[in-house]
Design a protein around this ligand. Sequence first.
Ligand SMILES: Cc1ncc(COP(=O)(O)O)c(C=O)c1O
Length: 383
Amino acid sequence: MNNRGVKLDHDLTKSGKDVKEITETLKNFKEKDFDFSSGRVFASMCTEPLDIAKEAYIEFIESNLGNPGLYPGTKEMENQVHKTVSSLINADRMKSVSVGGGTEGNIIALWRARESTDNRKVLLPKSAHFSFEKACSLLDMEPEYVSLMEDCTVDTVELEEKIDDDTAAVVGIAGTTEHGAIDPIEEIASLSGEIPFHVDAAFGGFVIPFLKMMEYDVPSLDLTTKGIDSISLDPHKMGMSPVPLGLFYSSGEKEISVDSPYLTGKDQKSIRGTRASASIPAFWATMNLLGIDGYKEIISDCMEKTDYLIELMEEKDFDTITEPRMNIASFRSEQPEVLVERCAEKDWYISRTVHPPGLRFVVMPHVTERSIEKIVGFLGELR
Ligand SMILES: Cc1ncc(COP(=O)(O)O)c(C=O)c1O
């Protein structure tokens, strides 16, 4: 009932509704949502999980590793997942925790930096994801932005000038949200010295190691590099896991760890208490099914489709902002918001870049050659 006594659709009914009606309504709602399988979504860093992941997800839907003693099977898989991913980036020396995604990983990284240095200043490339703004606001820290070079990586000369005794953390991005650029991680690690250096590899974490194996010209993501304090990488992006799943690895002693006396585990180390954990078995199943070769195949396919997109866009006189290092491509545009909106009106989802203004395409595994041809054709008509 609203305040005028009118009964609303979403009021809880007295004795519930029948299953058929509910299923029908669910179907109607689902139809309003976008399906990755339509190939029309270029504006998401997530993708359709594999069938085996969907099955595992349903099987483990009750898992909550906020209370791990009740889910020893899920916990065992979590340990295995952490070790497997660690082997991709050589993070054996580090501690790990499952998080909800890149945002939670970045918040924990800055919290650790603030606690260990007692400083507040955070040096961020202009390309940093907006989650760092949230982190700074929550933690009462001060973001200070560093300019980008033409290839959209951070200007390390300016970065070095800005590092001082008040710096709490230096951040580098391995796979920037807008352009997929990769900051020079080893160089930043050596510049930052004793100051905590956090690598945000939310997107690149599951791309760079495989590109490297396939001998693409990309910097390596190797956590044996001296000076890296922490890294976050998201299985729910290019790892092909269902949401939500991020992984955070860190060295040193500082961790958000509180006793959890009412629960079965002795402590909790993530920001979340109760945490939906079905994506862990789902990701475990995905990794075991795909293996290294499976990931390589998916990633090289995305890279080929990115090249194809660029070829077609250039034929329509759209210039790339920078040569893509991974499966994100961006193109200069004076009014990207107008084009993005026109596309959305026709059920095509692309997004835009801010530094500099442009159109942004994330070429995820669900994107097809056919959908690339169609969206480029449509953008060509709008020129
Ligand atoms: C580089 C980077 N870091 C962090 C995030 C935040 O990740 P999430 O939305 O999973 O919290 C994103 C999301 O796009 C990202 O691209």
